[in-house]
Design a protein. Structure first.
Length: 69
């Protein structure tokens, strides 16, 4: 069993080797958003992309390009 620096002084149970790797879930947020937008209602999709473009224009452009819009 190993402890990390963040565990020192904290009341946590030790973590077995490899347990952290098994508990992690890989997330590809861009692909997940892209898949959501592909099946979304067109009005909702357009509204979301407009609002996103105000905060992150490059991300909105990339999503629009990948959606083929």
């Amino acid at each position: 069993m190993t402890y990390s620096r963040s565990d020192i002084g904290q009341k946590k149970a030790p973590v077995a080797e490899g347990a952290k790797e098994e508990a992690q879930i890989k997330v590809d947020g861009f692909e997940q958003v892209l898949e959501m937008l592909k099946i979304a209602d067109p009005a909702f999709r357009d509204s979301l992309l407009r609002r996103l473009a105000k905060r992150d224009a490059e991300l909105a452009r990339n999503l629009i390009a990948d959606l083929g819009l």
